[in-house]
Design a protein around this ligand. Structure first.
Ligand code: ADP
Ligand code: MG
Length: 439
């Protein structure tokens, strides 16, 4: 067992920018539900990427194979959308703006550990009599924002489980990877769901669900003899989680069931990088917001994003040759989650020059965050280094039929990494958990 890596002191962060990102959380939640419901749109935008990317193709297959069950639930108004999102951002130094890195719709992690790191930072600022802390104006206790992502996320899952239309009070199944390392972030959530809502959690892998799950005549899901009202995915976002066809069969079973899936395959697909890129194209996000003000707010966070579907299109050809000339200004992204998949610098250049299967990728403007010194603690050892930070804002959302029961901004996370590192995942070993302190 090793402790999660963390930063010893909170990271100074501009308050107004932070509040703007918080404000956007409920708007992103509602937009992503509407995108997930627009099945024609999902298939149209993702089909070109699916030609070159078998994981996206498989998810689209599951989505197609379960469309009649979805349609029946919509007709009966028993359909649900339970979303636990995390919108990730970086400050962009050249403009002082905040740009979105990505919107996570599956397995948005670290809500609990970020809550604990916030408490630890509060404790250090309260109790330390070290001069470097007590005399530092950037570290005033009153500037440390509250963070309760742990209970916010527990409340969304607990509410969905308790008020399910045909399985009220059923258990929650947390879909986990066999041998999960980040289990403590998940265990805290289980504990709080039990304490605050009296809902029990079963931890099961997709293979176990495939072997031991079944549906009754009302499409109610049972696993190991327990009725299930909510299925919460902390696995299933990477092809590595699908060892055999059994895991895909589990996905189809869950999608057909009446249990509320967080997320559904549709919501997972709505969080694809390809969709993020397409929503940023002129006139697209506007179709999914309630009014133009909301669209304008979201657009302030959109970085430059380009489709590589048609390399013969003059605009696409221009941006490709520009990125080959200046690879340091761009990031090349496949349809993957979990960190460690993006291409930068020479690798980006080589991949674009190959011209092969570029439709599976999107090209993104490189965000250039400010650099700060931080003390990072990993494996019990501390190092003071030059770092940069990524802010994540959680959102929780529950729709049952036509009624939006819950739509909240639900706490935050800061991840800090060495300024020299391109990638950012904590679990992937690049970053440490941190929290913001306002200036
Ligand atoms: P994943 O789904 O694998 O988490 P991300 O889009 O979040 O994919 O990219 C992983 C990491 O790469 C981010 O946490 C961030 O540190 C870095 N990154 C991603 N996009 C950009 C960008 N446009 N500019 C700078 N860094 C980026
Ligand atoms: Mg990410």
């Amino acid at each position: 067992m090793v402790h999660a890596p963390f930063s010893l002191l909170p990271m100074p962060y501009p308050k107004q920018t932070f509040l703007l990102a918080k404000q956007a959380a409920t708007v992103f939640n509602q937009v992503i539900d509407r995108v997930a419901e627009d099945e024609e749109y999902l298939h149209r935008v993702l089909s070109p990427a699916a030609q070159f990317d078998s994981f996206t193709a498989k998810l689209l297959d599951v989505h197609k194979a379960t469309s009649s069950e979805r349609a029946a639930r919509r007709k009966a108004q028993t359909d649900t959308c339970l979303a636990i999102t995390r919108s990730d951002y970086m400050l962009h130094s050249p403009t002082n703006g905040l740009l979105q890195v990505e919107l996570n719709t599956i397995a948005s992690s670290f809500g609990c550990l970020s809550t604990l790191v916030g408490r630890m930072h509060r404790h250090i600022l309260e109790f330390s009599d070290d001069d470097t802390i007590t005399t530092n104006k950037a570290l005033l206790l009153e500037n440390l924002p509250d963070n309760n992502a742990m209970d916010e996320i527990a409340d969304a899952l607990g509410t969905a489980a308790k008020h399910h239309h045909n399985t009220p009070g059923g258990v929650m199944v947390m879909v986990v990877q066999p041998g999960e390392r980040n289990a403590y972030d998940q265990r805290w959530l289980q504990l709080r769901i039990w304490q605050r809502h009296g809902v029990k959690t079963l931890r099961r892998s997709l293979a176990e669900i495939s072997a031991r799950g079944s549906l009754d005549s009302q499409q109610r899901l049972s696993i190991d003899g327990e009725l299930v009202s909510v299925v919460y995915f902390r696995a299933g976002y990477t092809p590595d989680d699908y060892f055999t066809e059994a895991e895909w069969e589990a996905r189809v079973l869950l999608e057909k069931s009446a249990a509320t899936c967080c997320p559904t395959v549709g919501l997972q697909l709505a969080g694809a990088k390809k969709i993020q890129q397409d929503l940023a194209a002129p006139g697209v996000v506007e179709k999914y917001t309630l009014n133009i003000k909301e669209a304008e707010l979201l657009r302030t966070f959109f970085a430059g994003l380009w489709s590589l579907d048609d390399v013969n299109d003059p605009t696409t050809a221009d941006i490709i040759s520009e990125a080959i000339k200046h690879p340091e200004g761009y990031v090349l992204k496949p349809q993957r989650e979990g960190g460690g998949n993006n291409l930068y610098g020479d690798a980006l250049k080589a991949r674009l020059e190959s011209k092969k299967d570029l439709g599976a990728l999107i090209l993104m403007q490189r965000i250039l965050p400010p650099i700060n010194k931080a003390i990072m603690v990993r494996n019990g050892e501390s190092h003071e280094i030059e770092t940069l930070s990524e802010l994540g804002i959680y959102g929780t959302y529950l729709r049952q039929g036509q009624e939006v029961v819950m739509n909240r901004d639900a706490g935050h996370l800061v991840r800090t990494k060495a300024a020299t590192s391109d990638e950012g995942g904590v679990a992937a070993g690049f970053a440490v958990l941190d929290s913001p302190i306002f200036y």
